[in-house]
Design a binder for this molecule. Structure first.
Ligand SMILES: Nc1ncnc2c1ncn2[C@@H]1O[C@H](COP(=O)(O)OP(=O)(O)OP(=O)(O)O)[C@@H](O)[C@H]1O
Ligand SMILES: [Mg+2]
Length: 359
């Protein structure tokens, strides 16, 4: 990141001066590589110099600066920071994916929760940095929902041409000030490989000193999955499933309407119809056991606060335990495991994606 003494683009400088003494909620919007994160850091430092207690909410789950990737992080800026990465996380919210696509509810809830947490921590000003997801109707809905959740007094919109206008125009009659800024010429573009590599590094560092914790399934709740949400089947029923699906069945549980089965291979569609009819359920979800291998989890306490993230290392289907690798030292406060949508090795390599509803 450039340093403060470097000459700013005059429009950026003016915006920074306008906002430097404002105790407000500021949301920064823009496509990829337009300088959003840089602007947020510059503004935080300016506000610090004005004696304002400023928090950053890092809502970019892909290129996370505060907290590990897949989370929305929050931290207070208490000393001048060279980059947002230097901000120590005070809270994280586990979205579970490196993109808001398919996880919009979690993204918006996370932003709302982290802004609230910042204010509880005494922040007078909150700067919300966002992802570069700005194209299309889904992006517009997401940004609109974020504005409703944050209720910013200022929206800083950094755009190359007019790519944000479809998001900004609907905001124009809201009680907020829109500040449109150009993209500095010196901005550096990050390739998809660089972004990926950065995530690998961040995950690797996060899990470097992680340890294994084993939880009894009877002691914790599982969120974001069918797993551990129904009633286990009898042995004869499992035997029938194995015969019909022609697959090993590691786990099967049901509710009145739904049957959930963990298998070792992909099962035949026609066999599923037989299973549906036999068990008289409206839906059957089958998931290969490999989908759970190295799955990212959020470790939440009973309040729903995310204490840390973890990697699912093992489910013992017989003894009904789940083993998680996490840097969290004391796991006694963990009440809920929120299942994410990314399989990640402890060395940071992303090895799979799970969509909501697939497990
Ligand atoms: N005003 C500026 N002057 C010079 N360089 C800048 C400026 N703003 C950003 N840069 C450089 O451009 C690069 C991209 O900026 P930045 O990461 O802030 O963009 P972003 O919009 O947050 O990107 P992302 O899509 O990854 O979130 C950075 O390396 C940063 O140092
Ligand atoms: Mg950024």
């Amino acid at each position: 990141m450039m340093n403060e003494t470097q000459k700013q683009n005059p429009e950026w400088e003016q915006a920074l001066q306008t906002l430097a003494a404002q105790k407000a909620r500021v949301m920064v919007l823009g496509a990829r590589d337009v300088g959003k994160t840089t602007f947020a850091a510059l503004l935080a430092n300016r506000q610090l110099a004005h004696g304002i207690r400023t928090a950053i909410v890092d809502a970019d789950v892909g290129q996370s600066e505060i907290g590990p990737p897949t989370t929305i992080g929050m931290g207070l800026v208490e000393v001048p920071v060279p980059t947002l990465h230097a901000v120590v996380p005070r809270g994280i919210y586990f979205v579970g994916s490196n993109t808001p696509r398919g996880r919009m509810l979690e993204t918006v809830n996370g932003v709302r929760a982290m802004v609230a947490k910042a204010q509880e921590a005494g922040a007078e000003s909150v700067i919300v940095d966002t992802t570069g997801f700005v194209t299309g109707a889904a992006a517009r809905r997401l940004k609109c929902a974020k504005v409703e959740a944050v209720r910013p007094q200022f929206v800083v919109a950094i755009q190359r041409k007019d790519e944000l206008e479809h998001i900004l125009r609907p905001m124009e009659r809201r009680n907020l000030r829109l500040i449109r800024l150009p993209v500095p010429e010196t901005v550096m573009v990050k390739s998809p490989e660089m972004r990926q590599q950065r995530r690998v590094m961040r995950f690797f560092r996060y899990f470097q000193d992680a340890r294994l914790h084993t939880f009894a399934l009877s002691d914790i709740a599982c969120e974001g999955t069918w797993f551990n949400t129904g009633t286990s089947l009898e042995w004869n029923e499992i035997h029938f499933l194995q015969e019909t699906l022609r697959s090993r069945v590691f786990w099967a549980e049901r509710t009145t309407e739904h049957l959930f089965v963990i298998t070792d291979k992909v099962v035949d569609e026609r066999a599923l119809v037989i299973v549906e009819e036999t068990f008289r359920v409206a839906h059957v979800t089958t998931a290969g056991v490999h989908r759970f291998v190295k799955l990212l989890l959020g470790l939440l306490n009973a309040e729903g606060d995310c204490l840390a993230i973890g990697i699912l290392e093992r489910i013992d289907f017989v003894n009904r335990t789940i083993t998680v690798r996490t840097p969290l030292r004391d796991a006694s406060g963990v009440a809920i495991l929120r299942f994410g949508g990314l399989n990640v090795r402890p060395d940071g390599k992303e090895i799979g994606v799970v969509k909501p509803g697939e497990i």
